[in-house]
Write a protein that binds this ligand. Structure first.
Ligand code: KMH
Ligand code: ZN
Length: 303
């Protein structure tokens, strides 16, 4: 059987990092659009997009903020648009799905379980960013809960169903795969599904290769041929886990949402720089990178 091409997703800005951590993190509509277009030109066939408040860089789930960059990206690229429904830890599921409901993209994220959500393993890398993360995560635990109950998932799935959007099922631990199977069994999601295995968020599974093999094996058992998969390693695990995933026949996600670095201790200049790096690695190791139209076919998107 011919080897599958590798779909590169680029997650442009996210909700975790702050502009104080890196000058490269885009937060105005102009910068989000420009970096998304450059990432697509560098080889990303899927663009995973969050919006930001253009004044202070805080995460925004206001559809109007998405409206300020989406048409520019669509006009300049053929990339698949994937709109986040993650929002921030403060938003309700109704607020979080509003942008996807308004723009009906080809893809949107769907987070598959509630969890403590902390980025301490990533934050430790910012020597200049002095803050007592450990203490804060414990003292303010209630503010670090990422809520994705079964009712939230059902509400999001049923409201989004008429739009025929392919979900990027964000699975931060093995239990989330079982949540996903349960949701499929009760008819919330149809095969073929697309799973993003996420490693390295504190509250989820750690970024070890053993865990990637375990997640993949579990998904094989639960979903058989009915799924496609990709890997997101947060922080320092980004490039190494993406490389391993592509060698295992999976797809990869990079971008400043997931790591601000290009190599150990060196901040990335842009999203495109990370895309170019993983593309070079994937191709050097004998794989081909999928174009947007090939990604549409591989992931069974509405197109
Ligand atoms: N920030 C990533 C760890 C979402 O946008 O829905 C997961 C994510 C969630 O991308
Ligand atoms: Zn995201």
């Amino acid at each position: 059987m011919a080897r599958q091409k590798t779909v590169i997703t680029c997650a442009i800005t996210g909700a975790i990092h702050t502009p104080t951590m890196s000058d490269a993190l885009p937060y105005t509509a102009d910068d989000i659009a420009a970096q998304a277009v450059a990432a697509s030109e560098a080889g990303a066939s899927v663009l995973h997009l969050h919006a930001r408040n253009p004044d202070n860089g805080a995460v925004s789930i206001n559809p109007d903020d998405f409206a300020n960059f989406l048409p520019r990206i669509k006009q300049a690229t053929n990339a698949v648009i994937n709109i986040s429904t993650g929002g921030s830890l403060k938003n309700t599921i109704e607020e979080r799905i509003a942008p996807a409901l308004r723009f009906s993209p080809e893809m949107c994220s769907m987070n598959m379980g509630s969890m403590n959500f902390s980025f301490h393993p990533l934050a430790k890398r910012y020597d200049s960013f002095k803050f007592d993360w450990e203490k804060d995560y414990i003292e303010n635990s209630d503010t670090y809960i990422f809520r994705n109950t079964f009712a939230d998932i059902r509400n999001a799935a049923t409201q989004l169903a008429p739009h025929d959007i392919k979900f990027e099922h964000e699975c931060y631990d093995v239990g989330h795969l079982y949540n996903l199977k349960f949701c499929m069994d009760i008819g919330l999601f149809k095969a073929p599904i697309f799973i993003q295995f996420i490693f390295g968020i504190l509250g989820g599974i750690g970024p070890e290769v053993d865990n990637l093999v375990f997640m993949k094996r579990t998904a094989d058992r639960l979903f058989g041929d009915n799924y496609r998969w990709s890997v997101l390693g947060a922080g320092g695990a980004q490039m190494s886990l993406a490389t391993t995933a592509s060698q295992m026949g999976g797809n990869v996600r990079v971008g400043l949402e997931d790591s601000l670095f290009i190599s150990r201790g060196e901040l990335a200049e842009s999203n495109a720089q990370q895309v170019a790096k993983i593309r070079r690695i994937v191709e050097d190791l004998g794989c081909e990178v999928a174009s947007p139209d090939e990604a549409r076919e591989m992931l069974a998107l509405k197109g």
